[in-house]
Design a protein around this ligand. Sequence first.
Ligand code: DGY
Length: 340
Amino acid sequence: MQSDKQKILVTHAIFPDVIARLQTHFDVEVNDSGTALTEAELIRRGADKDGLMVIGDRIPAELIAQAPRLKALANMAVGYNNLPLDAMTPRGIVGTNTPDVLNETTADLGWALLMATARRITEAEHYLRAGKWQSWHYDMLTGVDIHGATLGVVGMGRIGQAVARRALGFGMRVIYHNRSQVAPEIEQALHAEWVDRDTLLRQADHVVLVLPYTPQAHHLIGARELQLMKPTATLVNIARGGIVDDAALVTALREKRIAGAGLDVFEGEPALHPGLLELNNVVLTPHIGSASIPTRRAMANLAADNLIAALGVGPHAGNPPNVVNPDARLHRPASGGAQA
Ligand code: DGY
């Protein structure tokens, strides 16, 4: 029997209870293959859908052109550079994201990488597992200190502030760079001082990148910027691949121009610059910034809330809480679009 429910595609398996909640409103198709859909599959399976719940996929603009009923793409992430907003907005297709619910979990991972990089934890474990620990040397696996050091946060949004807040417990000086200075009361609470980007790179002992990816942020950290950093400094990227020029970073790490890097995100991920795998002074994780069970659950529920509302049903019908392209409303067709 033909259902009159709107159709959605969930691009990867998620919590069954979240799928069940979506099923009360929609005909739900889930890609539970365990692998990412190819671009061609996304286009084919998205073509007859009213909405998509997007989990980590880069959505091709071509899908927007091929899907006449499409009204909303709900991203299960705070970053949304994987959505083709330029194609979506003129069609009145709403994009949403999942801010806030992952701030603390992502900041935790930033600190895990910072500490693992500064204290060479991965390298030390490999050393031990390889049976190389035979005796004590005064400089065996010596790293750099975190307590009392200077933390440089690039991008002082909600996650950046959560990273900076943790530095208080380590007695660190905190400097930050952001397009605009944050409110004085936030600076005061975090003991954080705004500096220009080059000053931050010159002065920080540990640099953490927490800014959104935009075309302007592409290769923000390249050979020149790495050259400005202290040879004892570490660099952590929990933001997005492409903000760091990975080839330039591999060269800097190989030549020990900085002490180490902790990376959760990569240019062209899940592929990695092959040079990264050959280095000891790097700690690598596969984009797990938000990967705690409670946070992933909160993200899945928020993405579902957004999609339900964007497709004009549920308690917030027509008013999804986290729209990233508000101008889409200006282009919505008089009928047949999301009911806002
Ligand atoms: C986000 O939410 O942007 C995280 O990086 C997970 O993709």
